[in-house]
Design a protein around this ligand. Structure first.
Ligand SMILES: [Zn+2]
Length: 374
């Protein structure tokens, strides 16, 4: 007798290659069994629904109240359909302990974090104030970053660095080099953001190691991974994928363009991870949330199973937490319940371009630690 049983759902688990209508049971916080004839205390009939692994939003900003760009993780997770949220460097060594105590520990959805190489984290990000945290070398102190990352190793999955004119104010790749040095010492990956050059895409991408994450990977010109004129994917991008660099969407307010995405998908270059980069300036559009971002990729023709892979197993591997992101028996009992609905839907990128679709994903509920959570 299990605790929770979901009946007649289409179970899609890219990690195991499973895509079938079946029953799935949860017990003791884990996936207990898949197959017909199971019994449980609570039974839900989910005919016509999709059950995927609990979705993981790899790029969020959820240091709510502690940073100007942070949104409330619990409210956000309920909208986004994500059972795991990964914060992308909102906090640095100077304020990570507050993030841990006031946000991460009390939160129901799982939260992991990339620690910002900058001591202050992303401290000046709003409509009124925009100051890049990597623009002042006095804030980039590798020793204290390393020390805090080691102290919070149970939560920290890598080092975040933002370079570009907005984030590092023309300091080139120096902040990235410091982040790589800390990450190398920790044996963890770097997640790197590039906004408006300098530094160039070539300087940034050529430095990334296997397992490092290039976020905002389908950004529009300049710094786009494909040439808009003919859709050609840049050589350094292809070389980076071949050596194992991971490509994450990080939609946000300025970092996802349909023209780039169409060129990349046309070339057969799918993202490893699809994430929202949700923050106070992207949550009311154009990113909204993970569920909407996933629907945009369906609208662009990316197959459903690949879209789910890029929001479950892909990010689980990127953060090295492979008991998440899968529905294998014994895995963590996290799942997302969705419906593929038909209609006329319209989506917008960060440039205000529109694409339409005849289907979109809609969230029905979530299972967290083996219990229904919605
Ligand atoms: Zn971000």
């Amino acid at each position: 007798m299990h605790e929770l049983l979901l009946r007649n759902a289409r179970i899609i688990d890219p990690a195991s290659g499973r895509d079938e209508v079946n029953d799935i049971a949860f017990a003791d916080g884990r996936v207990a069994d898949i197959g017909p004839g199971l019994e449980a205390g609570e039974v839900r009939d989910l005919s016509g629904h999709i059950v995927s692994p609990g979705l993981i939003d790899l790029h969020t900003h959820i240091y709510w109240g502690g940073t100007s760009l942070g949104v409330d993780p619990v409210a956000y997770a309920r909208e986004a359909g994500a059972t795991t949220l990964v914060d992308a460097g909102s906090a640095g060594a100077g304020n990570f302990h507050g993030f841990r105590a006031h946000v991460i520990e009390p939160s129901a959805p799982r939260i992991f974090a990339y620690l910002n190489i900058s001591f202050a984290g992303i401290f000046g990000f709003s409509d009124e104030v925009m100051v890049g945290e990597c623009g002042d070398f006095r804030l980039l102190e590798p020793e204290v970053c390393l020390e805090v990352a080691e102290r919070h190793r149970d939560l920290i999955v890598g080092i975040k660095v933002r370079v570009g004119m907005a984030a590092s104010e023309g300091r080139g790749v120096a902040p990235l080099d410091l982040a790589l040095e800390v990450a190398d010492e920790l044996g963890l990956p770097v997640m790197c953001h590039l906004d408006h050059p300098p530094p160039s895409r070539l300087e940034v991408v050529s430095r990334l190691r296997p397992g490092d994450v290039m976020t905002h990977c389908f950004r529009p010109f300049p710094g786009a991974p494909a040439r808009a004129r003919d859709g050609a994917v840049r050589e350094e991008i292809i070389a980076a994928r071949e050596r194992g660099v991971l490509f994450d969407i990080g939609h946000g307010a300025g970092s996802f363009g349909f023209v780039t995405a169409e060129a990349m998908l046309e070339a057969g270059f799918m993202p490893d991870c699809i994430s929202s980069d949700v923050h106070t300036m992207s949550i009311r559009g154009p990113a909204y949330n993970l569920m909407v971002t996933l629907s945009k990729f369906l609208a662009l023709g990316m197959p459903l199973n690949d879209v789910i892979a890029a929001s479950s197993w892909g990010p689980a591997r990127a953060i090295g937490k492979t008991e998440l992101g899968t529905l294998e028996v014994g895995a963590r009992g996290d799942a997302t319940v969705m419906k593929l609905t038909s209609g006329e839907f319209s989506f917008m990128d960060v440039k205000g371009l529109e694409r339409t679709s005849s289907e979109q994903l809609e969230l029905e509920g979530m299972i967290l630690d083996g219990r229904w959570w919605s």
